[in-house]
Design a protein around this ligand. Sequence first.
Ligand code: SAM
Length: 314
Amino acid sequence: MEIVFSHYSVMLSECIDALNIRPDGIYMDCTLGGGGHSLEIARRLTTGKLICIDQDICAITAAKERLREHADKILFVKNNFSNIHAILSELGIEYIDGALLDLGVSSYQLDTPERGFSYNTEAPLDMRMNEDAALSAYEVVNTYTESALRRIILDYGEDNNASRIAGAIVKKRAEKPIETTTELVEVIKSVTPKKLLAVGHHPAKKVFQAIRIEVNSELSIIEPTLTAITSHLNPNGRIAVITFHSLEDRAAKHAFAELSRGCTCPPSYPVCVCGNKPKLTLINKKPILPSEEELAENHRSHSAKLRVAQRTEY
Ligand SMILES: C[S@@+](CC[C@H](N)C(=O)[O-])C[C@H]1O[C@@H](n2cnc3c(N)ncnc32)[C@H](O)[C@@H]1O
């Protein structure tokens, strides 16, 4: 089956600049997707290597085709980027010179109805980026307790109507399982105040985001992954992270803050006894935002933020 993978790469030139690519370096694109960022990294390598990771086999298959003229420089890995230690150890690589994470789902995933990511098209409740994963949106919606659903919708969707939505889901599924995206949208709409139905965002947007985050454990893996990548960076190697909502950005910001912290001794200590040294230096204190031009061209970039940090000398 031919996969037509369309995805506009967010902040492409900013990411390439941020990575400070050396032609003989080893780089890692942790979120290959349509391969747009990878293609620009690969073009800048001569003897260097690029490790391309994605947990979605469709992304790997499509990107292999798109990147075929650089095949000799690329190692494709179908895995979750949270397994960074295992991935590198299996490849026999200990240190890398840069890593990129462009978090979240690709336009291809969102626009492929049967993946169940979109509240605009009828599809089975799925939302798995890795189609081999055990947990899908169907299990979350039909088996989680009301309080667990409420917590997810509130924490990951930041939807103030979480209690009513969780209650409505539990009531509906007692009649019969909620099987499709449209069935879930109807349940959400049934408890959305009329004035909110008339204006603003789609009433299911936040709930779908919340369930997607839960299904793919998207938030909990950000900090440990950034820490793991840092431990594999050569001095002066860079990490660039693009986030798309406040919860992701908070996790990336927090991880970078921790990793760039030096001494943790109380201020009252006359000399440092902890011996902690910063592992990262922040390249930009505030996140880089898309240009006006990009915002006009690509709606998906609207919420994007890019954070960049550099490994300190050991
Ligand atoms: C926003 S897209 C990347 C787009 C890509 N930078 C481009 O230019 O085409 C995110 C991709 O990362 C993958 N992904 C998200 N979380 C992942 C994870 N934890 N492990 C591996 N891949 C992940 C998704 O499957 C998706 O294909």
